[in-house]
Design a protein around this ligand. Structure first.
Ligand code: CP
Length: 308
């Protein structure tokens, strides 16, 4: 069973093949209207379940459109409205869904839920975000970087802010795609040590620098994300803002990076908190290319999972 659960658990060769396939499929569409099918229909006759236990705009729409462009069909399921949200086990849900659909994408809270779904499903499972990681987003980000600047291997990426689930997948990608990553943020919000160790074991630099201005020196890419994630309590908001204010990505900070550095944010953003509108809408920003590339990267991930 070929699940796509995380970047660090997928081989380097497979990750590269997915990126190359995404780029080829994007090019082949040649700007045609979004609702028209691809030339090939690799998902013809396939049914895909998209399960959301958390809100989503990009993941929901990009998976749905991607399946349709490849000739398949989708059903979008809300965890709350399924028996899953009323006591049915993940294992039973996985076994039942596997009798109806060919592929499952799930966005959930606990990583254990994703893992149990993958253990009991007899069809491939894709991680559409957990509290711990967000691999589909980072595959889109790698595609985006390479479209603009060529190979990401050997580059310096700086993550500023909260060492959250999106940051975790960026750290995994550093190890798998061969780039250096510097995290800058308060100690209480550091990415997990285990992730940094994983990247280092692959032979890249994965560092922590508390001073954001020092951290971004020589950066090829500066990345941030919301200061309060979907799984964080609302009560954390004020404290987070106080802790993270110094890590805002603004024009002054971007000026310390390389002149041709890119800026990324996976969205949704809280404008003028984690990043200013001047940066988000400025010359370094590729945030809407990242959003578009969710579609292309995930189409390649689905084809890889199904071997089609
Ligand atoms: N970046 C991202 O995953 O967006 P959504 O929460 O809108 O899916």
């Amino acid at each position: 069973m070929t699940h796509f659960l995380d970047i660090h658990t997928t081989s380097k060769d497979d990750l590269r093949a997915i990126i190359d396939s995404a780029r080829a499929m994007k090019t082949a569409r040649d700007g045609r209207p979004k609702g028209t099918p691809d030339d090939e229909a690799p998902l013809a006759g396939r049914m895909v379940a998209l399960i959301f236990e958390k809100p989503s705009t990009r993941t929901r729409v990009s998976f749905d459109v991607g399946v349709r462009q490849m000739g398949g069909q989708t059903m979008v399921l809300s965890g709350r409205e399924m028996q899953l949200g009323h006591g049915e086990t993940i294992a039973d849900t996985a076994r039942v869904l596997s009798r109806y659909v060919d592929l499952i994408m799930i966005r959930t809270f606990e990583e254990a839920t994703l893992q149990e779904m993958a253990e009991y499903a007899t069809v491939p499972v894709i991680n559409g975000l957990t509290n711990r990681t967000h691999p589909c987003q980072i595959m889109a980000d790698i595609l985006t970087y390479e479209e603009h600047r060529g190979p990401i291997a050997g580059k310096k990426v700086v993550w500023s802010g909260d060492g959250n689930n999106v940051c975790a997948s960026f750290v995994h990608a550093a190890g798998q795609f061969g780039f250096d990553l510097t995290f800058t943020g308060p100690q209480t919000l550091d990415p997990e040590r285990e992730w940094l160790d994983f990247a280092r074991q692959q032979g890249v630099r994965a560092e922590i620098e508390r001073d954001p201005h020092k951290a971004v020196e020589g950066a090829d890419l500066v990345v941030t994300d919301t200061w309060v994630s979907m799984h964080d309590p609302e009560s954390a908001k004020e404290r987070r803002h106080n802790q993270l204010r110094g890590y805002q990505v603004n024009e002054e900070l971007m000026a310390k990076a390389k002149p041709d550095a890119l800026f990324m944010h996976c969205l949704p953003a809280h404008r003028n908190d984690e990043a200013t509108s001047a940066v988000m809408d400025g010359p370094h920003s590729v945030i809407f290319d990242e959003a578009e590339n969710r579609l292309h990267a995930q189409k390649a991930i689905m084809r890889w999972c199904l071997g089609v």
